[in-house]
Design a protein around this ligand. Structure first.
Ligand code: BES
Ligand code: ZN
Length: 868
């Protein structure tokens, strides 16, 4: 069969939201037959299609070997359709068309991990967003929903044959092969199709829904990893209960399966009833994975489960609406996690991610609205902006509405749109109608880029005991979006009496009644002034409590006021926020550090005693990478590094014996629950690293003992970092021990690679040693990320020899795995902020790369990155 290049799709690769058109044909049912052989896979499909509007019958397909195509039983000859590298187009198709297609595909050589691919001994699918078209010709777009029946056939050496829905039948094909037939009764888009073929063990459980449905729960993994699936199983049951209690959403099938895969581009995927997970997001065990990984597993399990309603039953009309499902589902998984550990700490962790990834993205060349209006490669838009800013928009609306009205709004959304493929407008309309509050102004948040600046200013009049707070929003001009609109910004706030340290009861008519104790003011125009009365002293104001809006706040606090909030703010999040603001002033604006150090010294003993988890976060000092993102030009990695080191050393010196005393007094075993124990472990590791700064070599003995005696991965890794990053005498031996101890544990080995790559004094040679190590594998994204992520932890290294590492990786992955290649490359997107000569050097390296790459993913990313 001759495949001709399509001049239209290749010359004009940009897709625009404004060009959306309904599909001309819908698919009522799909019958798939997937026959896996060692060196090819045959996919036969029967689509029952029905015309909906005028137009051609278009079936999308990529990298497929077409064997035959029939319509209503008659084979088409080449003149009856147009075939190119992207699609089959049939003109004048009958209104009712039974389309039968046979293709050959090659999962055994698919390195892109998209479509059907072989990962070790396992065959799995990844079809979001446009992978299904690599399995067979199909109207592969989210607004085409159909009922899938899937027959999977393979060699008996693969005993597990899975697909979405209910198992209808199994049987043998000759002596060597067998098959299974699955039917998914729900209507779903092709991106939610999945199948799995392999040799896996399974952990089983069950869950009875609020409607009385008994759901079989199954987590598949390689045999030795089954004990590491228990935390995920518990999190799954917890998520199912949580969605019933908080959103009234029970599960709708008789089974829910999760499969753990070690080679996976992303974290996990919500395929209907058959989630596929990166092992890093499902395996959890205190002995093998860190506390942070355990928390992540629980939130990813919840996230993919929550998609069953926000994503699967109600899906996206087109991929521009991606944040409809992702932003809402991230907001839901964040709320779930707030119930798992302390809500304040979860919020701190989430805002840290937002500020470290989304804010820089939105202020640089990759800035885009949460709902973009054009793209070349949709895989490039699974971004912090779509996910994290998308979640913040939903959080703002939830804050404004309060629990009860938000629930009425979501109920209305499910009532109106269950079973449909919808838009962001549909979501906002439902939420408005259900709650009775007009939220249409929030559409502006979805449609325009940039982090707004919120400038606040306070004036106190002692004679009237009144305080006037003026608020003003502004957005930096954006070349591609000239007409930026004012945004609705909920400002949660509290006022404190500086004499007593107590919170004032708010007396202000302008605040919103949302059933919450906090005062919330909605700034829905460019500027406003609000007035508080009955204040006996000039108040200290705490703004954006819980980070009520994703904005950059400018307020002329004195350092003393920030130190006051560090000590007296009762909202744990804002206590952390005040600390971070103070630190930014010290590290970026050369304010004196003493006031911070004194406040920490004074406050921490109490906080440690009351809430070790929160205490561990209050010791946060913004990373060099985050600090860099606050600098838009002439950024010198060494300067930021030295300032930050000086501050940490001063803190360590000032804390003196406190670090060791605290270290020795902390008792993991005495903690009431996992989250407090996690806090104690984090604190112990912080104390160790501060002690290492005090130059007391005894710390290495403590660290070494912790390394050896603990069977908990957070403690082991924490101690190993202290040894390795300080070049302790025990470092090499500990690294070797770790390697041998976990030689068969891929996720632990990822830590081994990461810790070495993240050595502050890592060299190009050290990185080369790691990337040429026998356990390094360019086919496993987790392993690649462990080295490049480690390297990225130290901007001095990253922006010197690291640039070549990332460029080489992008060049290689451009062909082998462009999705991951483009994502990794994004980490160089702030090159333009560097001081010379690094700026020009990096720019030249990126330009040289541009001339050598071909994939839409990498080319689009480079085009945006270089357009500054
Ligand atoms: N639907 C996505 C997974 C996905 C994204 C697959 C892009 C293919 C391309 C899934 O629901 C998701 O969002 N996963 C996140 C983790 C989640 C907890 C935010 C991921 O994979 O990083
Ligand atoms: Zn998701």
């Amino acid at each position: 069969m001759n495949i001709v290049a399509n001049p239209v799709t290749e010359a004009n690769q940009t897709v625009y939201l404004k060009d959306y058109q309904k599909p001309s044909f819908l698919v009522d049912t799909v019958d798939l037959n997937i026959q896996v052989y060692a060196d090819y896979t045959k996919v036969s499909s029967i689509l029952s299609m029905q015309r909906q509007t005028a137009g051609d019958l278009v079936l999308l397909g990529r990298d497929l070997e077409l064997q035959s195509i029939k319509i209503n039983g008659v084979a088409l000859d080449a003149a009856e359709y147009q075939l190119d590298s992207e699609q089959i187009c049939i003109k004048n198709a009958p209104d009712i068309a039974k389309v039968e297609i046979e293709v050959i595909i090659h999962p055994e050589s698919n390195t892109m991990l998209e479509g059907l691919y072989q990962a070790g001994d396992l065959f799995v699918t990844q079809n979001e967003p446009e992978g299904f078209r690599k399995i067979t010709y199909y109207p592969d777009r989210p607004d085409v929903l159909s009922v899938f029946t899937t027959r999977v056939e393979a060699d008996k050496k693969y005993p597990v044959l899975l697909a979405n829905g209910n198992l209808l039948e199994t049987g043998e094909v000759g002596a060597e092969r067998h098959f299974a037939i699955w039917e998914d009764p729900t209507h779903k888009p092709s991106y939610l199709f999945a199948c799995v073929i392999g040799d896996l063990a399974v952990l089983k459980d069950h869950y009875v829904t609020s409607e009385g449905r008994n759901v079989a729960l199954e987590i598949y993994a390689i045999e030795k990893d089954i004990p590491k699936c228990q935390i995920a199983m518990n999190a799954l049951k917890h998520s199912m209960r949580w969605d019933e209690e908080h959103y009234g959403r029970p599960y709708d099938l008789d089974n829910y399966m999760i499969v753990a895969v070690s080679q996976f581009n992303m974290g996990a995927m919500e395929n209907k009833g058959l989630n596929i997970f990166n092992t890093s997001c499902v395996l959890a065990d205190e002995e093998y994975t860190t506390d942070a990984a355990i928390m992540r597993v629980q939130s990813v399990i919840a996230h993919e489960y929550f998609h069953n309603w926000t994503g699967n039953r109600i899906t996206c009309r087109d991929w521009f609406q991606l944040c409809l499902k992702e932003g809402l589902t991230v907001y839901r998984d964040q709320s779930f996690s707030e119930d798992l550990q302390s809500a304040a700490v979860q919020r701190i962790d989430d805002v840290e991610v937002l500020k470290a990834h989304q804010f820089p993205e939105d202020s640089g060349p990759l800035s885009h609205p949460p709902r973009p209006d054009h793209f070349v490669e949709i895989n490039n838009f699974y971004t912090a902006t779509v996910y994290e800013k998308g979640a913040e928009i939903n959080r703002m609306m939830a804050t404004l509405l309060g629990k009860e009205k938000f629930r009425q709004g979501t109920d209305e959304y499910f009532r109106r749109h269950d079973g449909q493929a919808v838009t962001v407008e549909d979501w906002i309309s439902s939420l408005s109608a259900g709650s009775g509050v007009d939220l249409s102004a929030f559409l502006n948040w979805y449609n325009q880029p940039g982090t707004p600046k919120l400038t606040a200013h306070g004036e106190y009049d002692a004679s009237t005991q009144r305080y006037r707070l003026s608020l003003e929003q502004s957005l930096k001009a954006h070349a591609k979006y000239p007409n930026l609109k004012d945004l609705p910004i909920p400002v949660a706030l509290a006022l404190f009496n500086p004499k007593t340290g107590e919170q004032y009861t708010l007396n202000c008519a302008a605040l919103i009644e949302n059933g919450v104790k906090d005062g919330v003011y909605l700034l829905d125009q460019q500027s406003a002034v609000i007035e508080f009365s009955g204040l006996s002293e000039q108040p200290v104001v705490s703004l954006l409590r819980n980070f009520s809006a994703p904005v950059n706040l400018e307020f002329n606090y004195s350092d003393a006021e920030l130190a006051f909030l560090l000590q007296h703010e009762t909202n744990g999040f804002n206590q952390w926020q005040a600390t971070q603001t103070l630190l930014e002033r010290i590290l970026l604006e050369d304010h004196p550090a003493q006031i911070y150090i004194d406040a920490i010294k004074q406050t921490m003993p109490n906080v440690i005693a009351q809430d070790p988890l929160l205490a561990s976060r209050l010791f946060d000092v913004a990373s060099e990478g985050y600090l860099a993102s606050r600098i838009d030009q002439d950024y010198q990695p060494e300067v930021v590094h030295e300032k930050r080191e000086a501050l940490l050393n001063a803190l360590a010196t000032a804390l003196g014996e406190f670090c060791k005393e605290t270290y020795l007094s902390l008792d993991v075993a005495a903690q009431a629950d996992f989250s407090q124990a996690m806090g104690v472990r984090a604190l112990k590791n912080i104390m160790l690293s501060l002690m290492a700064r005090q130059g007391d070599h005894q710390v290495f003995d403590l660290a070494h003992t912790q390394y050896q005696d603990s069977s908990n991965m957070s403690e082991r890794v924490g101690a190993l970092k202290v040894l390795v990053w300080n070049d302790a005498p025990q470092a090499e031996q500990a690294l070797q021990d770790f390697y041998h101890r976990y030689s068969d544990e891929a996720l632990a080995l990822d830590q081994w690679f990461m810790i070495q790559a993240a050595h502050p004094k890592a060299t190009a040679e050290r990185i080369a040693y790691l990337t040429s190590h026998a356990d390094y594998d360019l086919g496993t994204p987790n392993r690649i990320r462990s080295v490049s992520g480690g390297l990225n932890a130290n901007p001095i290294n990253m922006w010197s020899f690291g640039v070549a590492h990332f460029i080489d990786l992008a060049k290689y992955l451009d062909e082998k795995n462009p999705i991951v290649g483009a994502r990794l490359l994004q980490q160089l997107s702030r090159w333009y902020s560097l001081a010379e000569p690094q700026r020009s050097q990096t720019q030249s390296a990126l330009q040289a790369l541009h001339a050598q790459v071909k994939s839409k993913n990498v080319v689009e990313t480079l085009n945006s990155m270089l357009a500054v």
